[in-house]
Write a protein that binds this ligand. Structure first.
Ligand SMILES: *Cc1c(COP(=O)(O)O)cnc(C)c1O
Length: 228
């Protein structure tokens, strides 16, 4: 395990300098620490260095961690593929979901969200051009899902998320982020109060910052390579 406090400091510095380069306010860019496959000790080290938001992809692994760290300040984000049989546990144990892309799942999450917890924060995952995974809704189908989610009392729509196919060139990295941002600004212009653009990982964070990300999902650049 690398020194997580040092990695976080370096990461925050990279964000500040990229923000400066693209005329962004660095305070508007948060880090979501992607802790999938990382041990509890790594999460504790990040917590000790004032990291609060953690992203997990695999439900059983995540539930075990949430249980062990129940007394911590961690805020848990579900960022993995979401099928019907997982919605109840996600609605009961997470604060955020970034991978919402279907009406049926939205309805279930809303119904299963315990009243005492307040609405579940959600981002819609959009499948912009040549996305690596097949998940995510098309841009054309996005407005209808937005309207549905708006009427669900157990959910609070916060924004959009994308995980584009890896690209080596900076301009190629920017292109899908630019598209997501256009969709985001269109919704904002239509009166939706959205505040979260969940885009950018360890390998394309500068491109995401250039295109307006508010939440970088960072795994390896923070925790080092994932143990398999
Ligand atoms: C694993 C993962 C990340 C983090 O990727 P890194 O390259 O390790 O920074 C971000 N987003 C999603 C959806 C992931 O599954």
């Amino acid at each position: 395990m690398q020194n997580i406090e040092q990695s976080l400091t370096a990461l925050r510095q990279r964000i500040v300098s990229s923000a400066q380069e693209y005329a962004r306010d660095a305070h508007s860019i948060k880090i979501l620490a992607v802790s999938k496959k990382q041990p509890i000790s790594a999460i504790r080290a990040a917590l000790a260095a004032d990291q609060r938001d953690f992203g997990e992809n695999y439900l059983q692994e995540a539930l075990a961690k949430i249980d062990v760290l129940a007394d911590s300040q961690a805020c848990w984000h579900f960022i993995g593929p979401l099928q019907s049989n997982k919605t109840r546990a996600v609605a009961e144990n997470f604060s955020w979901v970034h991978t919402l892309d279907r009406e049926k799942i939205a309805v279930r999450l809303s119904e299963q969200r315990p009243g005492g917890l307040g609405p579940l924060n959600v981002c819609i995952q959009v499948n912009i051009s040549a996305e690596a995974s097949k998940s995510g809704i098309s841009l054309a189908a996005l407005p209808a899902l937005v309207m549905t989610i708006r009427q669900l009392p157990g959910l609070r729509l916060r924004g959009l998320m994308a995980l584009p196919a890896p690209a080596a060139e900076f301009d190629a990295q920017r292109q899908p982020f630019w598209q997501l941002r256009q969709a985001f600004e269109q919704l904002q212009g239509g009166g939706f109060e959205l505040d979260t653009l969940s885009m950018g990982t360890s390998s394309d964070m500068a491109a995401a910052i250039a295109e307006g990300t508010t939440l970088l999902r960072i795994g390896t650049a923070l925790f080092g390579p994932r143990p398999d």
